[in-house]
Write a protein that binds this ligand. Structure first.
Ligand code: NAD
Ligand code: IPM
Ligand code: MN
Length: 380
């Protein structure tokens, strides 16, 4: 009887709202006969993170939450931060995200860039003819680089060291190979485009060399290309389809380019993510952390944010941490139906960021209703 322990950390502003919709979808799945007959159950535990935790405990991430997270199969997280707590003081909600990723050793952050349904391709600020068919993954190194280098801060001079060890680059390159094979499926592995600024930065010359060597030794059959970060910024808007495959980035480039990728698909509300501590299916027991790429968008609370990215993140959790691919696929299909079928029938359920007027909860309800339809038709 599979029982999955999930720690749910909503965070601040829209964080708890979008997470509530993902929880609603998980609960609906669990209750459906096609799933309950397999005795699949989710034990959800809820706790505080970020600003909410500062208000109650005086710190953004408590040791108790870290302990609970380590004992769980997965963490489902919303977003933290907001004007009340600021983002430059000593006590910042945002440090909780980095500290939790580090505590769980979630060194790989998988951020897919794919339009969830053909009908929403027109929501992109970029022409539909340019964005349609876009399907790449920004793979972000998540526990190293300038985010975690030595820091020095004074009133007149500050620095953050941007360094990588060869082994940190090699392991994320191996994850890129794993994802390239999955992404390409039966047609053979997709290509890997590795991003750096090797014409200027020493850390990027190591990056390029380490990626090339592990590629040549371990997965020479996967096409590998190098792309300078500045021209990637251009290419991602000009011809995003040309990146289809895996876009391998260090930590800071991955942060920047995953937001740019979200604009290509029309909204941060379509940009999910999975933070993993190892290649799925490996021997070691690890906890994955699943979160939308977006922040706490204080402007959208209450009830105006798009919950799709968080629901997609929950689907990634079912795929990578629970081995429930059939349910992850069913949720992805339900999202597509909720966004498109109703639009075709003139009953558009879309939030404001994608041109509609639906609330967060209405969007979640539409996914639940589509999920029941998908599960009813499932032959299992
Ligand atoms: P943001 O991602 O919150 O918002 C950027 C833009 O995208 C805004 O216009 C917002 O309205 C829109 N947006 C974001 N999520 C959306 C959604 N689900 N549906 C529709 N539109 C959405 O970034 P920001 O404004 O730069 O930061 C706000 C706060 O969030 C800051 O405190 C920042 O530090 C924090 N932040 C937290 C995380 C995290 O917790 N993982 C990530 C990024 C930013
Ligand atoms: C993200 C966010 C975080 C990051 C912040 C909130 C620490 O921007 O998940 O993309 O920079 O990783
Ligand atoms: Mn970011």
């Amino acid at each position: 009887m599979p029982l999955f322990n999930i720690l749910v950390l909503g965070g601040d502003h829209i964080g708890p709202e979008v997470v509530a919709e993902a929880v609603k979808v998980i609960r609906a799945a669990e209750a459906h006969p096609a799933v309950s007959k397999k005795n699949i159950n989710f034990n959800l535990d809820f706790d505080l993170l970020g600003g909410q935790s500062i208000d109650v405990h005086g710190i953004p991430l408590t040791p108790q939450v870290v302990e609970k997270a380590k004992k769980s199969h997965a963490v489902l997280f919303g977003a933290v931060g907001g004007p009340k707590w600021g983002m430059t003081g000593a006590l910042r909600p945002e440090t909780s995200v980095l500290d939790l990723r580090k505590a769980l050793n979630c060194w790989a952050n998988i951020r897919p860039c794919k339009i969830p349904s053909p009908g929403v391709a027109k929501c992109s600020p970029v022409k539909e003819s340019v964005v349609k068919g876009t399907d790449f993954i920004v793979l972000r190194e998540n526990c190293g680089g300038v985010y975690f280098g030595e820091k020095m801060e004074t009133a007149d001079y500050s620095h953050d060291v941007w360094g990588y060890h060869r082994w940190e680059i090699e392991r994320i390159a191996r994850m890129a190979a794993y994802l390239a094979r999955k992404h390409g499926g039966a047609t053979g592995p997709s290509k890997i485009t590795s991003i750096d600024k090797a014409n200027v930065l020493a850390v990027c010359r190591l990056w390029r060399d380490a990626v090339a060597r592990v590629h040549d030794d371990e997965f020479p059959e996967i096409p590998l290309f190098n792309q300078l970060s500045d021209s990637l910024a251009l290419l991602m808007v000009k011809n995003p389809r040309s990146l289809n495959g895996i876009v391998l980035c260090d930590n800071i480039f991955g942060d920047l380019f995953s937001d740019e990728a979200a604009a290509i698909v029309g909204s941060l509300g379509f940009s999910p993510s999975a933070c993993l501590a190892g290649i799925p299916g490996g021997e070691e027991k690890t906890t994955g952390m699943y979160e939308p790429s977006h922040g706490s968008a204080p402007d959208l609370a209450p009830n105006k944010a798009n919950p799709i990215a968080t629901i997609q993140s929950a689907a990634m959790m079912l795929r990578y941490s629970c081995d429930l691919d059939f349910l992850a696929d069913a949720i992805d299909d339900a999202i597509s139906i909720a966004l498109d079928d109703k639009a075709a029938r003139g009953l558009e359920v879309r939030t404001g960021d994608i041109g509609g007027a639906a609330s967060t909860t209405e969007m979640g309800d539409a996914v639940v209703s589509a999920l029941n339809q998908v599960l009813n038709n499932l032959k299992i």
